[in-house]
Design a protein around this ligand. Structure first.
Ligand code: CP3
Length: 344
């Protein structure tokens, strides 16, 4: 690997500078992405066409100069492959015509979906991307955490509160656990096949972790995150539980090389909790990229100055917003690349 800063940071190995990449870097911020997307029937066609998925995965590497590529796909390919298909509606987001809120509806899922067969387009995209990357930077594979996937399967669409999903935790916890269990088993198999297809690291996105209270997130969220992370012990693996500030002490106990932080989480407080045995990823406010250049430079340097060890990967605290100017992203990236690690 010509640029292995991202991998070294996962293992706490000595690095000359911090690696940087952005969640949602492969996507609408780039005109080159929109050009590819425009020619297609929709988002799913892009996700399911390996050569095109590989092409847009490489765009941020070539155009923005990030230190890692993340596979272009979506967390919703998992419920889709389990038998609950989704549509991606323009300007609105995902929609599942059928949802799972009862034992009866659990039968909508296929009995034993074959990961290799159902998600062959993902593994094909990984192999193509690896070939085209030619070891320039590592490739990150990913999946949604079971709680977040559960939210979409129960709610059927995005929501501010996911109250149908949270309701089920009270009205039928047994059904909730059964569904979470099935998502977990499928996800482990899915991430295993991504690993076998060549990804260099994995990230688990728990985007809706923060809508559960601490005790419920422990029972319905982290239990399954733990099971998945344990299956990849020793491999570069990031747990990103957005909004789960109160659960950071528990997350710190789960074996993974890295923990992703959103912009409400404090770098030093988290460092004190987890010690030097984990890498922290994050955590600039995505809205910083609307600021003028000098403020982006100042705030990025402030974040870098707050790091007291090598175990950091620079990122935003959530995905980059689609209307951000890519030139602003380049300023953030240049600031990180120009920064010398001082405490060495
Ligand atoms: O660059 C990358 O990060 C890789 C690609 C990627 C996408 N989605 C592409 C995408 C990744 C890692 C995801 C993860 C994802 N998908 C998450 C977890 C991360 C997070 O943002 O919290 C979630 C919750 C989803 C589900 C999802 N996909 C929603 C709610 C939406 C609609 C909202 C939106 O952002 O448009 C999507 C669509 C989606 N996934 C797009 C992209 C580039 C936009 C669709 C388009 O191009 O029209």
């Amino acid at each position: 690997m010509r640029n292995d800063l991202y991998i070294k940071a996962h293992y706490g190995e000595s690095i000359p500078r911090y690696p940087v990449w952005l969640m949602r870097q492969a996507g609408r911020i780039l005109p080159e992405y929109r050009a590819v997307r425009q020619k297609l029937s929709g988002f799913k066609e892009l996700v399911e066409t390996p050569s095109l998925a590989a092409e847009v995965t490489l765009q941020p590497v070539d155009i923005l100069g990030v230190d890692a590529a993340i596979l272009f796909s979506d967390i919703l390919v998992v419920p889709d492959a389990m038998g609950l298909t989704y549509e991606m509606i323009e300007q609105r987001g995902p929609f599942f015509p059928q949802t799972i809120r009862s034992e009866q509806q659990l039968t909508l899922l296929d009995e034993n979906p074959d990961v290799l067969d159902r998600l062959s387009y993902v593994f094909e995209a990984i192999k193509l991307t690896k070939k085209e990357l030619n070891n320039r930077v590592p490739l990150i594979g990913f999946a949604g955490a079971p709680w977040t996937i559960f939210c979409y399967m129960v709610e059927g669409k995005g929501s501010k509160t996911f109250s149908e999903s949270r309701k089920l935790l009270y009205t039928n916890p047994q059904l909730a656990h059964e569904l979470l269990e099935r998502i977990t088993d499928f996800t482990i198999e899915y991430m295993r096949q991504q690993q076998l297809s060549g990804v260099d690291a994995l990230q688990l996105f728990d985007s809706w972790a923060g809508i559960l209270g601490h005790d419920q997130y422990t029972e319905f969220g982290l239990k399954y995150v733990h099971k998945i992370a344990s299956a990849f012990r020793g491999f570069p693996f990031t747990i990103f539980s957005k909004g789960a500030v109160a659960s950071l002490p528990e997350i710190a106990k789960i074996e993974s090389t890295a923990i992703g932080l959103d912009w409400n989480m404090d770098i030093q407080e988290t460092r004190n909790l987890v010690g030097e045995t984990r890498t922290l990823q994050g955590n600039l406010d995505p809205c910083l990229l609307y600021a003028k250049d000098s403020i982006i430079v100042k705030e990025t340097n402030k974040l870098l100055d707050s790091f007291k060890s090598q175990r950091h990967i620079v990122n935003l605290g959530h995905g980059v917003y689609p209307d951000v100017d890519p030139e602003k992203v380049k300023i953030l990236i240049k600031t990180v690349k120009d920064y010398e690690i001082k405490y060495n």
